[in-house]
Design a protein around this ligand. Sequence first.
Ligand SMILES: [Mn+2]
Length: 402
Amino acid sequence: MLRFIHAADLHFDRSFEGLKGLCEEAVRLLPERNRQMLDNLVAAAIAKEVDFVLLAGDTFHQAKPSLKAQGALMEALRRLEQAEIPVFMSFGNHDYYKAERYWFAFPENVRLFTKASVTSYDGVTSQGEGYRISGFSYETPHLEQGLVSAFPVRNGETYALGMYHGDPAAAVYAPFSLAEMKAKGYDYWALGHIHVPTVLSETPPILYPGTPQGHSRKETAGGFVEYVELTPGHCRHEAVPVAAVFWRELTVSAAHSDRKKLLAELAEQLLALGNEQALLVAVKLAHSQLDAQTTAAVKNGELQQYLNQLLWQDSEIQIASLELLDDTEAERGERPQLSAARTAQHLAVYQDQQIFGELLEELYRHPIAGELLQEHPAYQQDVLAAANDRLAADFALEEDEK
Ligand SMILES: [Mn+2]
């Protein structure tokens, strides 16, 4: 059996984005979170006694990683070396490879893919099973040609693996198709680039583990690496959490809250998220009929800052953002006006199936989204209904003259 960890898109030196209103101590810890994630990844590899670790591109966020960031990564790689765990590392569009940028020689256990052409490494597990890992790296921020066809055919090895940093639907990120990957007959394709964990195929496994540390609200789904066990013709894989801080979303109903109740309710619901992990929570207040002073305290950050101080005393939970889901009555009166007839007129254009299809061409051509859309024929009508609702919420609709 072959056991390995597949990680990608660490963006290890990326800072956390869009955070305001955190308490001082939480802010001070943020740069350390990336380092903790790396520690967690190394610890998982050692605990699971894996045969190797795959890093499938964008380990660094910067093409010119700082000395400090490089030092921290090398230290983690050396700990894997001490545990006799090889690492196969390719470079993506963010950390595209230039040999002269590195302050350190990579440790001996690290096998690098440094060329924008496919190369392979052969290895043997401690149990004597042979494997071949093929991959490539970016040497520039873009790679306009797909490289699947250049991956070697199987050569009698027990396990054949491909490492591929790319996006099936983006012309500048080594576009590929599932069909051509499947046709190679490999046991596993370790993808990188998409930050949301995404399984494109199970037979064989072709998947993105996602970023192991989300750095913004858009990366709520991240936080994992994939632990994989391969036996000939069979694969078991599971997402293992390694993030040092996880993102969450929380909607709190403020329908019946007066100001005094609101404070207690928010603190209670946030603490109920649990005390085991550090959390960054995007909070939305729904159905709020809050008075002007409370609304102001939400909007100017006063409420968020106070709650974050309070939360930090008992947890590592912080509110990353606090927003009102609905407008207050007062604001509703100020919204621009749009007639219902005009709304219908705008939306009528998109009732045309061809126009709608052309606008969303990329989505319809995406290997996963395209399949899902085929199972959901009412998608166009649902989108138009949602757009209509949205317009009604954002604009004050005038009665039309009849
Ligand atoms: Mn990338």
